[in-house]
Design a protein around this ligand. Sequence first.
Ligand code: PHE
Length: 430
Amino acid sequence: MADTRENFGSRFAAIAALAGSAIGLGNIWRFPYMVGENGGAAFILIYIAASLLLSVPIFFAEFIIGRRSGANCFGAMSRLAPGSKWNLLGILCILTPTLILSYYAVVGGWSISYLLKSFTLAFPSFGSFSSSGWAVAAFVIYLALSCLIVAGGVKKGIETFSKVSIPLLFILIVGLAIYSVTLKGGSEGIDYMLKPDWGKVSARTFVNAIGQSFYSISLGMGIIITYASYISKKENIVFSGVGTAGFDLFFAVLAGFVIMPAVFAAGIEPGSGPGLIFDTLPYIFVSMSEASPILATIVAVSFFLTVTIAALTSSVSLVEVPVAWLIEEKTMKRGSATLFVFAVTGIIGAMCALNLGIFDWLDKLCCNILLPIGGILCVIFVGWVMKKDDVRDEFTSGGSGSARLFGFSYFLLKYLAPLAVAVIFLSNFF
Ligand code: PHE
């Protein structure tokens, strides 16, 4: 089967797909606020350290599992640890993204709706919109779109889409950031985000930074395993890991430069989550339109286009995980596998779209419980179960790459990462 599998066509394609999965709502609606509330530049430094010392080693672990096995999450575990209970990790890594996709696509649906609304700047109130039938219809359209891209295949679908959307996302976000930081009164927003305030740093800050970085790089749910299985054996793993984390951080900081100056220029209290994107910002766009309707429309459309594309590149990666499993383990054709995932997540997601209580519950279950368990099991598997020589071989791309960082990375993933993820996991209960 391995020879009929598709691979990403180039290094850029692989990084674009990985960065696409990483860059998403987490960067836009959570990161800027987190930074502001947790000590500005101080938080960013802690975030960078958390990413390099923890998230990137966990990324390595998932990457090694995926590329070594050249299979979907379930197949990966049954190849690397045949006949063992590690199959359960494979199952978990298929279950988690399926659940996340179900509610993530609800937000994707909101984004598409708001993108359409921004052409006329006639935004509905978020409360009434999110509980309306339109929200469910938009969810179905968004989910169908994500599935269509995946149905196109790894190369023609995911790769082509990522190669176009990642550069487009950066152009949009840079353009919006330039506009936003030049707003009158906007510099307060930059101060809010960047001014280091070590007084705000506590143990909780570290937990927040690690959790955010973990979620933002899409760890613990089989995405890196699946994508890495499509990456050439020659590709440099350090480059992929640090590259993905770097793009993700860059985009998150730029998103902060877009949002916070606009929020402060309008004299509004910053917040996070759906309220920020679907309540506060539309309000700002509408008030901007009093001075210049055309400019306000361009800014609003660009902003919601950014949100929609960023969300799509993430949900595509979520769809691919169960689809790869259905194709390889259940011998389904890509088209029917995608349709199956569409149907299952359509049902779960429709419940989330209709009932935000279920939405919140699923979000907490996935992010606070399933993701950390998935992440910790991956590092334990690579650090403690796989042979060190095999891990080194994969890390150095079969000996062709440098082994300089291997010792340090191996130490981090074997000892520090499981410990840190366990602390984050347990902190949910206190
Ligand atoms: N990494 C994505 C973000 O920052 C979130 C995500 C989580 C995507 C889980 C896929 C799966 O928004």
